[in-house]
Design a protein around this ligand. Structure first.
Ligand SMILES: C[S@@+](CC[C@H](N)C(=O)[O-])C[C@H]1O[C@@H](n2cnc3c(N)ncnc32)[C@H](O)[C@@H]1O
Length: 384
């Protein structure tokens, strides 16, 4: 299907990825109005695993918990996060988005069971800062735990529904982003996603995303991080930014957002105050290549399957993608191209540079690397 013979696999771009070991409530290393997208997941207030990290920043939090004053602890934790949202407002360029993954908490303090509505508290903080709240995404998590039900079992009226969803809050600083220069317009067109991806990604319920990224080898760190699945930042980055933009995560943890930015051909900055993650974040660039390339291959494969299914039903496509020479639903997808990370260079221990080649469509019989995608790509990906 692809016309790869006319598309030599030459590097098309380079991106930079930086980690800053600091408190996100003072992002002095980041200029005002310099960031194109925030993708993040903060520590969740009133989820017990984060009590210490909040408690170290404000001793009143532990005192409130000891006095069984859950709502006071909840508010004190959010006052700490508010300082980060204030910084997020400062560093974002006008017209750019903040996407925040957050779950509510349920907890029994003393003998009082309650919901702590983190998503609502963060949304009102963002709105107070001047952000425009936009329709959010409900991430429906898959759980089969038999003991997930809480309360009085089969007897009314003392049972509680289980929390099986989290939110992705979406807010914009100011009005719509303008793409005015010819190069910006071209970059935006090349950053397009497929029509059928749009139909899933822009649905307000995501129920097809499971578990967290498994690439991190140390189980203790994985537990400590509460990492989100690669697919969450990967989708959000593709949905709300263009190639070459800079994405920032103020709560980087294991680095999932930076990995997703590398896979999506965006630059990234990650802020993290727990230095335990230092040996992990950029430790394994080969794993970045594998995760990125697997996802890119899957996107091309899914599109081919979509095209074939529609053609089998007698549908004729009106448009062709100019890079891959495969049919697409709309004119907006004609310049869509996926860039594959092929080389990672460590500039220093906290900065990684990635270079790219256009992702070929391995289904094309004459495409270089056909039937040998794994080894060929592996040899292309080197670290200096
Ligand atoms: C929910 S985890 C983020 C996990 C991340 N999304 C991932 O995939 O690994 C929250 C992270 O925020 C960090 N953190 C908490 N408060 C912070 C602050 N004020 N500044 C910077 N990092 C902070 C924690 O150490 C933790 O790693």
């Amino acid at each position: 299907m692809s016309d790869i013979k006319n598309n030599p696999c030459a590097p098309v771009a380079a991106t930079k990825h930086r980690v800053v070991w600091a408190d996100a409530s003072r992002m002095t290393a980041v200029d005002s109005n310099s960031i194109d997208l925030i993708v993040t997941s903060p520590p969740y207030p009133m989820i017990a695993m984060w009590d210490d990290i909040f408690g170290k920043q404000n001793r009143n939090i532990h005192k409130a918990l000891k006095k069984n004053n859950g709502m006071a602890a909840f508010e004190a934790m959010h006052l700490l996060l508010d300082n980060v949202w204030k910084e997020v407002w400062r560093i974002l360029k006008p017209g750019r988005f903040a996407c925040i993954n957050i779950g509510d908490a349920t907890r029994t303090i003393g003998d009082h069971f309650a919901l702590y509505p983190n998503h609502a508290r963060i949304l009102s903080a963002l709105t107070r800062l001047g952000f425009t709240p936009l329709p959010d995404i409900l991430w429906r998590k898959q759980t089969n735990a038999p003991n997930k039900f809480m309360g009085s079992g089969m007897l009314p009226a003392g049972a509680y529904v289980t929390l099986e969803h989290e939110y992705i809050l979406i807010a914009r600083k100011g009005g719509k982003r303008e793409f005015t220069q010819p190069a910006e317009k071209q970059g935006r067109r090349e950053s397009a996603y497929f029509w059928e991806e749009r139909n899933t990604w822009f649905s307000d319920v995501w129920f097809d995303i499971k578990g967290s990224r498994q690439a991190l080898t140390d189980p203790a760190l994985r537990k400590r991080s509460a990492a989100f699945p690669f697919e969450i930042p990967y989708r959000l980055i593709n949905m709300y930014s263009a190639k070459g933009d800079t994405v920032l995560d103020p709560f980087l943890g294991t680095g999932t957002t930076s990995w997703a930015a590398m896979a999506a051909c965006r630059n990234s900055i990650g802020i993290e105050m727990d230095r335990h993650f230092k040996p992990t974040v950029f430790a394994d660039p080969a794993a970045v290549r594998m995760a990125a390339n697997a996802r890119i291959d899957q996107r091309l494969k899914d599109h081919r399957a979509f095209v074939e299914e529609r053609q089998d039903k007698g549908y004729h496509f009106k448009h062709m993608n100019t890079h891959y020479n495969f049919p697409v639903m709309t004119a907006q997808e004609k310049s869509l191209r996926l860039d594959r990370p092929v080389k990672a260079r460590k500039i220093d221990e906290n900065i990684l540079q990635i270079t790219y080649s256009m992702a070929i469509d391995h289904q094309e019989p004459n495409a270089p690397g056909h039937d040998s995608a794994g080894p060929r790509q592996k040899s292309l990906f080197t670290t200096d």
